[in-house]
Design a protein. Structure first.
Length: 119
């Protein structure tokens, strides 16, 4: 595969299995009370708050879950970043943004591991 090439898709049966896993991940996250949706079931990410679960169809792909915070918090942090911040002493809202993302990532991983998924 050359630079810039699109990787080959997995076999249809592999993608079908990943879709089943992605659906099960969404069900489990909803069952625990977390907001979750399939970000790839209608052609692209939805940008909704909560866990967005998607299937990567490539041979080396997998099922992924990403956490999306509110646009308000994201924009507040990224606006400050664009203006320039001192990485040694970032503003509180930027630290909060990073902290929320880290804690929610850890919560997703822990929840899915506890439910028996390979993370």
């Amino acid at each position: 595969m050359g630079t810039g090439s699109i990787p080959p898709d997995a076999r249809p049966d592999v993608i079908a299995e990943r879709i089943k896993v992605a659906d099960a991940v969404v069900r489990e996250l909803l069952r625990t009370g977390l907001s979750a949706n399939r970000g790839d079931d209608d052609g692209g990410p939805r940008g909704e708050v909560g866990a967005e679960v998607h299937v990567e169809p490539f041979v080396a792909g997998a099922v992924y879950a990403d956490w999306h915070i509110t646009k308000e918090l994201q924009d507040s942090a990224l606006d400050l970043f664009e203006k320039g911040i001192d990485p040694a002493n970032p503003p509180p809202v930027f630290r909060h943004y990073g902290s929320v993302n880290k804690h929610m990532r850890d919560a997703l991983l822990g929840t899915l591991h506890s439910a028996g998924f390979e993370v």
